[in-house]
Design a protein around this ligand. Structure first.
Ligand code: PEP
Ligand code: MG
Length: 835
């Protein structure tokens, strides 16, 4: 067993901490030796301090008693120095680790882990992450240690409802970890419905669940002792962990324990949120295995350190080169994300911090990179907010460099010749962008929201995708499943007929280049683009123009603002494939889910409600002026019909002043996006001062429903079918019709063949979407008249709920399509004249 040395300035503090730790463990305990205080003064009062020789003696004592390794836990300041010195002074050669851990929590976690028979590295890791539970409970940025997704299709899954008031607090956590640790079973636990899984052998992990009385927790176990471990946990839970405040013991028939079998499939289907439509059938493939943390072995000989340090730079460059060559094959946002990740790999600080650890501490290169990345991660996590979210990019780069140094397969999307459904807990940006050409035909993730990068990229690639599908990682590897990206379901046991239906639906629906209803009303169908490659794909798919050019996507990786010349070139490349056609360019939409450090680097409490979009121009007018100047030049140089619009407008004054500035810059056709409820309600007045509006339904839904568009948990609120959103769209449509001005839709709703007719019925005069959606949307509109669309819109907007709105529109449209069968299609000619 691993022994523990407590190094503290105060003997009293050390003793109290040890007492607390002992209470956490029932059976065999690890040996804990204290090296605390610096003796006592002449009056017998204790002197606070630490002494390296006592620490060394404590290590030797544990070694002599047969400890397999020794963990040093220190309180503060000179305790750390004394411990480092003790490593030189000790006479034994037992492996020793110094834990950068919180003193009390670290000791408790280490004691439980050591009692469970964990290795020195595992005990040290447990201690080091011991603050995560408290941090996550207090809502700090630090994330709980997340367990890798179980890959065992025979895993037993059980759900329990906690009966004691405090749920899994320190003592129950230590008891569960004490059962799981020594058992021959791999067990994870997660709080339902949306918690992330943690190792159930980790006291810290269990505490980070934050599970209280009444909460439901899912345990997933595999291995020879899986069943007996789960039985033991069931018994503890049913007993309320022996705590007096536990509710009445459940009757046998109303057991708190639900055995849900190998995967959480309620009605035979797994449910999530469909974020990219379509059906696909293929075998399940899970995301590449995570890269394990490299061991911190014995220090390298002084003579070997320089050579080892010299491996880091080339490995980082190789990773950056790989990311960049994939960026060249990718398009739009995908390419931008890969480029940005490559920049992290090339960060000179990361490499030099790691090299210093090799030279000064004798770490091997892989371990040094791992630790250097951890330092950056912590720094970002401590900054909180959006910066904290970049921590996953650092981990992604770290894993790739470590894999390169160790000659391992890089983590991420497997490349297969045969089609497959990719299943993952979540996808890193660098994962999603390698999907193209990988053989992946559908995506399923346990996390993610409807407008997360996973969803946007899935739509751009035309892959059916379901996010927020709890339990998906329990799907058996290689089993054939059917993914329905429209319904948001995964069928793990499809029958032959369903497989046939899915395979028949995989073919791409072509677009002939003219959006038109059955009665000949022209509804131009346009492309959403963010790069020259996107624009080429849009033109190749016969888009009638560009309805949304997200200019910020050209500069996502920039720390400094691009100059006018650079902007002009970037815009000209995107506009070029649409010579002679309409291109609606949106000015920079910096902020919230699209951070641009050069536009707004502030840490904001509510970035979605902060200085984003057009609001950036309040504090930095030159940024907007430069962009307008670049666009004016690109307009002069191009044969495209360029129109400009502003994002995140809330008032008529904002719209007026934007229009004035555009016109002064030489850009005559000006519009604004309708993304806020305020702008929707003021659409008539706004249309008095601009030439057109475009509905950003992603944000309009987010702001109307007050539901973060990135949160899958709030998925049913972030649904454009919500009647409140439809009614606001109707207000805008009516204002456009009255003013005789164009009302476009450029949010994701515009590319949804179910919703598109409703949007047209509400007054949309053009729809803009990812190029792959053009064919299905065109085919739908071609079967319906404008009157059909209006009836569907009326029925949907009059509904009480999103589900009722969907059903009401579907019923009207199905009747209309049935009636229209056999009717001759009217040729284009009834152009509304406002597209
Ligand atoms: C929208 O909000 O609907 C929109 C098109 O803008 P973005 O998704 O870029 O915020
Ligand atoms: Mg928006």
């Amino acid at each position: 067993m691993i022994g523990i040395v407590i190094v503290s300035h105060s003997a009293a503090l050390a003793e109290a901490a040890v007492q607390l730790a002992h209470q956490m463990v029932q059976g065999d305990r690890p040996q804990i030796v204290t090296a605390a205080g610096a003796g006592s003064d002449a009056d017998g009062a204790p002197i606070l301090g630490t002494d390296a020789t006592r620490v060394a003696a404590a290590v030797d004592e544990l070694a002599a008693d047969g400890a397999e390794g020794v963990l040093l836990l220190m309180d503060l300041g000179s305790a750390v120095l004394s411990s480092e010195l003790a490593l030189e002074l000790r006479s034994s050669d037992v492996p020793v680790r110094l834990a950068a851990a919180p003193f009390v929590e670290g000791l408790l976690a280490a004691t439980v882990a050591a009692a469970g028979g964990a290795s020195l590295d595992a005990v040290a890791a447990e201690a080091s992450s011991a603050l995560a539970a408290k941090a996550s409970q207090l809502g700090d940025a630090e994330a709980p240690a997340e367990a890798p997704a179980s890959t065992d299709e025979d895993a037993i899954v059980r759900r329990v409802t906690l009966r004691n008031r405090l749920g899994i607090h320190a003592r129950p956590a230590s008891v569960i970890a004490g059962i799981v640790g020594p058992a021959d079973a791999q067990v994870t636990a997660r709080r339902l419905p949306h918690g992330v899984p943690v190792q159930a052998g980790s006291m810290t992990g269990l505490l980070s669940l934050g599970a209280a009385g009444g909460d439901e927790v899912e345990f997933r176990a595999s291995g020879p002792e899986a069943a007996s471990v789960l039985d033991a946990i069931d018994g503890l839970v049913a007993d309320g962990f022996g705590e007096d405040d536990a509710g009445p013991r459940p009757a046998a028939e109303a057991a708190v324990v639900t055995d849900v079998g190998p995967a959480s499939v309620a009605d035979g289907l797994l449910h999530g949120r469909g974020v990219s439509g379509g059906l696909a059938a293929a075998p399940v493939v899970r995301l590449g295995a995570p890269v394990p943390e490299p061991e911190a072995g014995a220090p390298l000989d002084a003579g070997a350190r320089e050579t080892e340090a010299a491996r880091i730079g080339p490995a980082a460059s190789a990773v950056a080169d790989g990311l960049r060559s994939r960026a060249r094959l990718a398009a739009g946002e995908a390419a931008a994300i890969l480029e940005a990740t490559a920049l992290i790999a090339l960060d000179p600080e990361l490499a030099s911090t790691a090299e210093t650890s090799v030279r000064e501490r004798g770490l091997d290169a892989a371990r040094a990179v791992w630790e250097a990345a951890a330092g950056y991660e912590q720094l970002l996590a401590s900054l909180g907010g959006r910066m904290a979210e970049r921590a996953s990019d650092i981990r992604d780069v770290r894993d790739r460099i470590v894999a390169t140094l160790q000659g391992l397969e890089p983590p991420g999307i497997p490349q297969r010749d045969d089609p497959f459904v990719l299943v993952a807990r979540d996808l890193a940006p660098a994962d999603t962008v390698t999907l193209s050409g990988s053989g992946c035909v559908a995506l399923v993730t346990e996390l993610g929201g409807p407008t997360s990068h996973t969803a946007i990229i899935a739509r751009a690639l035309g892959l059916p995708a379901v996010v927020g599908a709890a339990g998906a990682t329990g799907l058996a590897e290689s089993s054939v499943v059917v993914v329905d990206g429209s319904a948001g379901t995964i069928d793990p046991h499809p029958d032959a007929a369903e497989l046939e239906r899915a395979r028949a639906r995989v073919e791409v629906v072509a677009f002939d280049g003219a959006g038109v209803t059955a009665d000949g009303i022209r509804i131009p169908l346009l492309a959403n683009v963010g790069s020259a490659a996107d624009a080429e794909a849009g033109a190749a798919a016969h888009a009638e123009g560009v309805g949304l050019f997200r200019t910020e996507f050209c500069f996502l990786d920039r720390r400094t603002a691009p100059g006018v010349d650079e902007q002009e070139q970037a815009y000209a490349a995107v506009i070029a494939p649409f010579d002679g056609r309409k291109v609606v360019v949106r000015t920079l939409d910096a902020g919230a889910d699209k951070p641009l450090p050069f536009a707004n680097d502030d840490e904001e409490e509510n970035p979605a409600l902060g200085v984003r979009g057009l609001r950036v121009a309040r504090r930095n007018p030159a940024l907007l002026d430069d962009q307008l100047a670049a666009l004016a030049r690109a307009t002069t140089a191009s044969a495209a019909e360029i129109q400009v619009m502003a994002p995140m407008v809330a008032t008529v004054d904002e719209a007026r002043s934007f229009a004035e500035r555009c016109r002064a810059a030489g850009l005559p056709t000006v519009g604004v996006m309708i993304e806020t409820p305020s702008a929707a309600l003021l659409a008539a007045e706004i249309l008095d001062v601009v030439d057109f509006v475009s509905l950003g339904t992603n944000d309009l839904t987010q702001y109307t429903m007050a539901a973060d568009r990135l949160l899958s948990e709030l998925g049913e609120l972030g649904d454009t079918w919500q009647p409140a959103v439809l009614r606001l769209i109707g207000v805008v449509g009516a204002a456009g019709a009255k003013a005789g001005k164009a009302v476009g839709v450029c949010g994701e709703a515009g590319g949804d063949p179910e919703l598109a007719p409703v949007l047209v019925g509400l007054g949309a005069t053009s729809l803009s979407m990812s190029p792959r959606a053009l064919g299905p949307v065109a085919a739908r509109l071609a079967r319906l008249t404008l009157a059909d669309c209006r009836r569907a819109a009326e029925a949907a907007a009059a509904s009480e709920t999103a589900a009722a709105a969907r059903a009401a529109a579907a019923a009207v449209l199905a009747d209309a399509e049935a009636a229209s069968r056999g009717r001759l299609r009217v040729r284009p000619g009834g152009d509304t004249g406002v597209a």
